[in-house]
Design a protein around this ligand. Structure first.
Ligand SMILES: Cc1ncc(COP(=O)(O)O)c(C=O)c1O
Length: 381
């Protein structure tokens, strides 16, 4: 099969929609679904993924940074949108002015929200508590301080507390005791919030918890990786990987046995062979850790990358197979044609599939398929 002009990431939006429906089908009645589209939709494109997720029934969107939220608004996405990671150097005003809801982890962040005033109507905030992950959110005695400050501001009509959130450390590890410990800490935080007069939507679960700990679904879940069809738990739940990374062979050459390949000459041919040059490298987001490790599909054979992945290219030893310039190289995809999956690449590279898809950078063109059954307003074309 002929490859793309150089390389491309093909994103099946129909798979994103099907994944949202599959995740929704696992939700308890009354639980809402937030589609997490941070980091450019885990590398898939935040705007098209947001459109597909909303078309398939996602209730709201989540991103990490206010700038990501502002970019979605600029692209015409007017759905409910939450951003939960920001620093004291960032003015929350521009995001609030666009109706973005903000995660608030500390009294200082609450003060920054209050200082921005009613730029976009009464600010809507999600109080964030650290139940054990040790990252964002108020922890320990600071939780009561944050709740009290937020309750005072809410009573004065200066903010609307719409969420109470926390994030799990190990929901993807079967039987990990930290999940129950975090759940108990979150229940205590909910009780403390109620005692302070706050009963906002509670949200704790990520994709792994949705699938493996349904009792933690509460009012709202924040699903990221599952939208993209990658399952963090053993049960794939009918999810379909949405990204296929492809390239075209740039050059082939016949070389003798003992020929070195790529920087450091870490690979040498064992016999006379055909080398295929693949024009995609770490500058496009292909991990250098894939050197001599990850496999690609060329024709109907899976072959390991030969030598080091360079900034713009890598090489595959194709033996005596009839490979020609322009032939398709499938790096990873859903596996339909026997190609590796992002999970296979993660194992080969010693990382997680989240990183494999998210790191595919802007130099790799995205091509979207399967937009057909979305309303035109959401398709963005
Ligand atoms: C706060 C928060 N909630 C939810 C998610 C989504 O998690 P997942 O992609 O595992 O579903 C993330 C992603 O890391 C996150 O940082």
């Amino acid at each position: 099969m002929t490859g793309p002009v150089r390389c491309e990431a093909v994103i099946e939006l129909s798979a994103v929609r099907a994944n949202v429906r599959a995740l929704r089908s696992r939700l308890r009645p009354g639980t809402a679904l937030m589609a997490v589209v941070k980091a450019d939709g885990y590398g898939h494109g935040a705007v098209p993924v947001a459109g597909a997720a909303l078309a398939a029934g996602a209730d709201l969107l989540g991103v990490a940074t206010p700038a990501e939220a502002v970019a979605l608004r600029a692209a015409g996405v007017d759905a409910r949108l939450v951003a939960w990671l920001w620093t004291p150097l960032q003015d929350p005003g521009p995001a609030l002015a666009l109706g973005v809801e903000l995660g608030v982890s500390s009294p200082a962040q609450l003060d920054a929200v209050l200082a921005a005033g009613d730029v976009g109507g009464r600010p809507r905030i999600h109080l964030k508590v650290d139940t054990g992950l040790g990252r964002g959110g108020a922890a320990g005695a600071d939780i009561a301080v944050l709740l009290a400050a937020a309750a005072t501001a809410a009573a004065a009509g200066r903010v609307e507390v719409v969420g109470l959130m926390s994030h799990l450390a190990s929901a993807d590890i079967p039987g990990d005791p930290s999940v129950a410990e975090q759940a108990a800490a979150f229940a205590a935080a909910r009780q403390a919030a109620a005692a302070a007069g706050l009963t906002p939507a509670a949200h704790l679960a990520n994709t792994a918890a949705v699938l493996d700990h349904p009792e933690l679904q509460l009012d709202l879940v924040r699903t990221g990786i599952g939208l993209y069809g990658l399952s963090p738990v053993a049960d794939p739940a009918g999810l379909r990987p949405a990204m296929t990374l492809r390239a075209a062979v740039a050059l082939t050459k016949r070389v003798p046995a003992g020929h070195g390949v790529s920087y450091g000459l870490t690979y040498r041919t064992k016999a006379e062979t055909t080398l295929a040059l693949v024009p995609i490298g770490y500058g496009d987001g292909v991990p250098r850790a894939a050197s001599n490790a990850a496999e690609v599909l060329i024709g109907d054979a899976r072959r390991r990358i030969a030598g080091r992945v360079a900034m713009d290219q890598f090489v595959v030893d194709c033996g005596d197979a009839p490979v020609s310039p322009g032939d398709e190289v499938l790096l990873f995809g859903p596996g339909d044609r026997g190609e590796p999956t992002a999970r296979d690449w993660a194992v080969a590279c010693g990382t997680i599939d989240y990183e494999i898809v998210t790191r595919i950078g802007p130099r790799t063109p995205r091509r979207y398929t399967g937009r057909d059954d979305e309303p035109p307003a959401l398709r963005g074309d």
